[in-house]
Design a protein around this ligand. Structure first.
Ligand SMILES: *Cc1c(COP(=O)(O)O)cnc(C)c1O
Length: 392
């Protein structure tokens, strides 16, 4: 039966018998798997090495029943063939590129990409003979011209980190497929609830489950959900590098998934209240949030995504200057000054996007807000005091 996303969030990966009748899966910690006899051991190892994901496990690096529960829920949510968890969102991004390339290959990465992903492509891939071309995230069909015969990966992130440009994901995925490359998307902002990229032709969807999936700022985890075409290369890389995540973090991520559909609308409602107030301030030039009707990415957002979370950018007028932005931020009482968004708490951080091909969509000082679950009136009062400091 094809079930709707909220039903999958509540029930995906649940197996009453395997959970001894409890609602939640057992937290299985372990390294060693014991075998019945030598023949059993050999059989398991042979099947696993032959790429049989259903083989009984011979070692915990291939996961535990706790991992399985999370993977099953993610597969069903995103329409994936296989899912896997790794120690961080960044690991998910980097391994999902590395898995597909070899010496002499080329990858395409949006200029608006999460900065540590950029650093990996810029500083590490060239050491292995892999070149990266950064492209304008709003490029659309023109991407075709940037493909070379050696392009193996088209990386996507929509909306982009810090600057929130939307990408035409179905179109880009189609071009990648036609050019025999793999498309990989960092889908962290939209979450598996609001966008399922594999359903529009993307090969691999990665998440920093650290963010909204975890939802409580208490874990670091990356997830990778793949279609059948991309999985063999991913599986080889994940197993060869020995990449897995702790069952504790998978357990927490699965618990986070259960309430994702309850939390996200509150994050967005608070974001909308804050945005309404911010846009009325004369120092604010633009709010970067594709769910806004006048955002340049709004049409793509409305076409492809079924919702928006509470993360957005705010650009001040160029004449304001960085020092005044710091005065606004320093002294905020409810907004924490920190990077890892997606938790229940509100955050603010100054943003300095690094670009090489496409200038950022604003000139003035930029900051990013994650609207938490506090009362919006209190958050606005905090910002009011911040803007008073900026004006002083
Ligand atoms: C935070 C983040 C990551 C990295 O996740 P970590 O778990 O912190 O390593 C990757 N992509 C995006 C878009 C992020 O916001």
């Amino acid at each position: 039966m094809k079930r709707k996303p909220r039903t999958i969030l509540a029930t995906g990966g649940r197996d009453r018998a395997a959970s001894f009748g409890y609602v939640n899966p057992p937290l299985v910690r372990g390294s060693t798997v014991l075998h019945d006899d030598v023949a059993d051991l050999r059989r398991r190892v042979r099947r696993r090495n032959a790429g049989d994901d259903a083989a009984p496990r011979s070692y915990a690096i291939y996961g535990t029943p706790t991992h399985d529960a999370l993977y099953e829920a993610l597969n069903e949510l995103e329409g994936g063939f296989r899912s896997w968890a790794v120690p961080s969102g960044l690991t998910a991004c980097t391994i999902a590129i590395l898995a597909f390339v070899r010496q002499g290959d080329h990858v395409l990465v949006p200029d608006s990409v999460y900065w540590p992903t950029r650093r990996f492509c810029r500083d590490v891939l060239p050491r292995y003979g892999v070149q990266t071309t950064f492209y304008d995230p709003r490029i659309g069909a023109e991407i075709e011209r940037l493909f070379t015969p050696t392009t193996r990966v088209l990386f996507l992130e929509s909306p982009g980190s810090l600057t929130f440009e939307m990408q035409d994901v179905p179109l880009l995925a189609q071009v990648a497929r036609a050019r025999d490359a793999f498309s990989v998307i960092d889908n962290t902002w939209a979450t598996p609830l609001y966008f399922q990229p594999l359903r529009v032709g993307v090969d691999v969807s990665v998440h920093a489950a650290t963010k909204y999936i975890g939802g409580h700022s208490d874990l670091l985890l990356g997830t990778i959900t793949s279609n059948e075409r991309a999985w063999p290369a991913l599986r080889e890389a994940l197993h060869a590098f020995g990449l897995t995540a702790s069952p504790d973090d998978c357990w927490l991520a699965l618990r986070g998934l259960r309430t994702l559909a309850a939390r996200l609308p509150l994050h967005r409602a608070n974001a909308e209240r804050l945005i309404g107030w911010l846009r009325a301030q004369p120092e604010v030039e633009r709010v970067l949030y594709p769910a806004l009707a006048d955002d340049p990415g709004h049409a793509l957002w409305r076409r492809d995504m079924s919702g928006a979370p509470g993360l957005f950018g705010v650009a001040l007028r160029p004449e304001i200057g960085e020092a005044k932005l710091h005065a606004l931020i320093d002294g905020l009482r409810l907004f924490g000054l920190g990077a890892s968004w997606g938790g229940y708490e509100s955050l603010i951080i100054p943003a300095n996007p690094e670009r090489t091909v496409a200038p950022p969509p604003c000139q003035g000082p930029l900051f990013r807000i994650h609207a938490g679950l506090e009362d919006a009136d209190d958050l606005i009062a905090d910002l009011e005091a911040g803007f008073a400091r900026l004006r002083a």
